[in-house]
Design a protein around this ligand. Structure first.
Ligand code: F3S
Length: 82
């Protein structure tokens, strides 16, 4: 899973880095640092909570790309926006 912060939508509410400080960082103005952040295994729930609590819906969760050679690989690559 990847957590993607859309800097065009972020208005600096700060809930993401307060709820999941291991996943999100703030810049000097309190905006979440944009871009893609890999979500380590075991941190998916925390990423979902942070995304669900962003008032601007600025956090999108992207499921991992499927690996066609791995039968255990996820097949659903929808972008989540809780
Ligand atoms: Fe920005 Fe939402 Fe976090 S507005 S600072 S991405 S809670």
């Amino acid at each position: 899973m990847i957590a993607r912060v859309d800097p065009a939508r972020c208005t600096g509410h700060g809930r993401c880095y307060m709820l999941a400080p291991d996943l999100f960082d703030a810049d000097d103005d309190g905006y979440s640092v944009g871009g893609d952040r890999p979500v380590p295994e075991g941190m998916e729930r925390r990423a979902r909570i942070a995304a669900a609590n962003c008032p601007e819906s600025a956090i999108h969760l992207v499921l991992d790309e499927p690996d066609p050679t791995d039968p255990q690989s996820p097949t659903d690559t929808r972008e989540e926006n809780p």
